[in-house]
Design a protein around this ligand. Structure first.
Ligand SMILES: Nc1nc2c(ncn2[C@@H]2O[C@H](COP(=O)(O)OP(=O)(O)OP(=O)(O)O)[C@@H](O)[C@H]2O)c(=O)[nH]1
Length: 328
């Protein structure tokens, strides 16, 4: 299975390192490598990450979205080739990186086989946003900030503790005009972010062994998350692609994250890796190690109370073409 990669971007000082520290601390059993792109000659951020030094790699003297793209890919290859490779890789972009460009670099099909982009997260400074709104409202006129919000799969608000409830509501209203509300995490939600982002990490899978024989499992609270619910679905048979696409579209508004191995009717020999984060869906060849596994295995995650796990499972059942009995 490819190692998941999570990109954390956001404007200078937004709170990226703070978020990465929260993730590192909450995922203690997982082996994480953190690639830090400090903008400037001094690698400050790598010193601020609370983790064993050799697992932090600094990408220096440039911006990861332009001059350092090659460095980023080489560093990912380097950490994966270590004798004890990480369960997941976090990339902290510099505060001036265009996260859309970093995302595009990581969609490189060769890298994807070993390190699959899991999510692009933008940390947005709510206090900064409120101050701009009170002054001239220019926050979203800044092309870099606007692009970061637009290109992120998930937006994590920081510094909400500095705002009154009424001001925070105004900030959220402004954000909702630009980003689906579901994809904006407030601090309380962000506590569950590590589980949501790194559910695909091998160490995480070891920690949550599925119940034997369960084909459809509503994992109510299995990830110690009170905010998110998930459903796992598997079938030994291949799926009809058109029916599958329609099912995904039907539930897209309530799915925050979905992923898994997909086998399609008529193309059983070519398993696919299906990834969905927010509104971004990618389908590519499954990593070689997954090719030997049987059938389709998918997990869908959404906000508890919004996602309809039973309906998703029923719709997935409907993707198996009638009369097909052969193994996928
Ligand atoms: N009050 C408050 N302060 C925060 C929060 N998140 C981050 N900070 C503070 O904001 C400052 C910048 O935080 P960092 O996490 O270093 O921000 P960064 O995005 O990594 O910064 P750059 O590397 O400069 O881009 C630090 O002083 C943090 O303690 C938050 O949610 N609330």
């Amino acid at each position: 299975m490819a190692v998941p990669v999570v990109v954390v971007g956001g404007f200078l000082g937004a709170g990226k390192t703070s978020l990465i520290n929260r993730i590192v601390n909450r995922c203690a059993p997982l082996r994480l490598s953190v690639l830090v792109n400090d903008f400037g000659a001094l690698a400050i951020d790598s010193d601020l990450i609370e983790q064993a030094g050799e697992r932090i790699v600094t990408l220096k003297n440039g911006c990861v979205c332009c001059s350092l793209q090659g460095d980023l890919l080489a560093s990912i290859r380097m950490v994966l080739s270590r004798p004890d490779p990480p369960d997941a890789v976090l990339v902290e972009c510099s505060g001036v990186s265009r996260i859309g460009a970093v995302r595009d670099a990581l969609l490189d099909p060769v890298i994807w086989q070993a390190a699959a982009l899991e999510a692009v997260v933008c940390v947005a400074d709510a206090a900064d946003m409120a101050a701009d709104m009170a002054a001239d409202g220019g926050y979203f006129d800044d092309p870099l900030r606007a692009a970061s919000i637009r290109d992120a799969d998930l937006v994590v608000l920081s510094k909400t503790d500095l705002l009154s409830g009424a001001v925070l509501e105004r900030v959220l209203a402004a954000l909702h005009a630009r980003k689906r509300a579901d994809l904006i995490l407030r601090p309380a939600d962000a506590a569950d972010l590590p589980g949501l982002l790194l559910a695909a990490a091998p160490g995480h899978a070891r920690a949550t062994v599925p119940r034997q024989g369960a084909r459809f499992r509503a994992e109510d609270g299995a990830d110690a998350s009170s905010l998110f619910a998930s459903v796992s679905w598997r079938s030994a048979r291949a799926l009809d692609f058109g029916t599958f696409q329609a099912a995904i579209q039907r539930h897209a508004a309530t799915i925050l994250r979905a992923k898994g191995i997909l086998r399609l009717h008529g193309r059983e020999a070519a398993p696919l890796l299906f990834q969905m984060v927010g509104q971004r869906v990618t389908v590519g060849p499954a990593p070689a190690r997954a090719a030997g596994a049987d059938g389709t295995r998918l997990v869908f995650i959404g906000r508890r109370g919004r996602i309809d796990c039973a309906a998703i499972a029923a719709d997935m059942d409907g993707c198996v073409p009638p009369g097909t009995t052969g193994e996928a």
